[in-house]
Design a protein around this ligand. Structure first.
Ligand code: NAD
Length: 271
């Protein structure tokens, strides 16, 4: 048995779209540690990804914007697999089709749709899967490293992630009434995945974030996955109701000397 003590335990993973997905990397770590994996994916294309890369695992299609599909998936999984130890929610959606607007011009329907898919679905999964989880299991979602850094190109997603972080605490409390299920989030900084590629003008902030890490090396998706696998494992038994930040130190480094000097040079050409 490896350090994480998850050999033979069942995990249900929401959010694999392709090989770059955060959930894909988490699945790889859990598999390496001997866990049994079950997937819930958005559609047929994502299901084919699972069939290709995780041929031993079952994959269920579930659009989490439809509560009835979450309920149906929960009962199907309960019937076919029994209880699972851990559930990963690695899902987000934002409609940037009109580009990013100034925050106060956020389109209400876009905001509510993003809130539904990226935040409420986590609450809904907790509701319908509570009885499908082992009593001392773990629920995990993927948040962002800071919800107060008002990055213009991220638009309204940061307030939605703030609601997700808060939901982590409320779920941990409400589930504790009659279970020992732990609920946590990994707060990841900027990564290279297909979701982030869809954020308008993402590449410059991504490269800037790399300069702000203490090690001057971008955060890797597998580093987020390692933290996630730990939080999903019994080794994290003392951790609940937390967002654990994984950002290679970026959030401590606003006044990095090289970055400050580059910014001042940029503002005062020739000086
Ligand atoms: P991704 O596109 O690979 O994953 C997003 C997943 O959400 C996809 O699998 C997609 O199919 C799923 N999804 C969207 N709408 C859905 C719906 N209605 N029903 C079911 N599934 C749906 O991108 P990712 O970067 O792996 O994102 C995973 C999580 O990581 C997200 O919560 C994201 O906000 C978070 N995150 C990403 C970064 C980054 O830089 N990429 C940084 C911090 C946090």
């Amino acid at each position: 048995m490896g350090f994480l003590l998850i050999e033979g335990r069942k995990f249900l993973l929401f959010g694999v779209a392709n090989r770059k997905s955060v959930a894909f990397h988490i699945a790889q770590v859990l598999k390496e540690e001997g866990a049994e994996l079950i997937f819930s994916v958005f559609g047929e294309e994502q299901k084919r990804t699972i069939e290709k890369f995780f041929p031993d695992s079952a994959a269920y299609i579930c659009d989490v914007s439809k509560e009835s599909e979450i309920e149906k998936t929960a009962s199907e999984i309960a019937q076919k697999h029994g209880k699972v130890y851990g559930i990963l929610h690695s899902i987000a959606f934002a409609n940037y089709s009109e580009g990013v607007k100034p925050f106060h011009e956020t389109v209400k329907s876009d905001f509510l749709q993003a809130m539904d898919i990226s935040c409420f679905s986590f609450i809904s999964i907790a509701k319908y899967f509570k009885s499908v989880m082992e009593n001392d299991g773990a629920l995990l979602t993927i948040s962002i490293s800071s919800t107060k850094m008002a990055a213009e190109n991220y638009g309204y997603m940061a307030p939605i992630k703030a609601a997700l972080d808060s939901s982590v605490c409320f779920l941990a409390k409400s589930l504790s009434a009659d279970t020992k299920i732990r609920v946590n989030a990994v707060g990841a900084s900027l990564l290279k995945t297909s979701s982030s590629a869809g954020i308008p003008g993402y590449i410059e902030p991504y490269l800037f974030a790399e300069k702000l890490t203490l090690r001057k090396e971008a955060l890797k998706t597998e580093e987020v996955a390692n933290a996630a696998a730990f939080l999903l494992s019994p080794r994290a038994s003392g951790i609940t109701a937390q967002t654990i930040v994984v950002d290679a130190g970026m959030s401590t480094n606003f006044f990095d000397r090289a970055v400050v000097s580059a910014a001042l040079k940029f503002q005062q050409p020739g000086k």
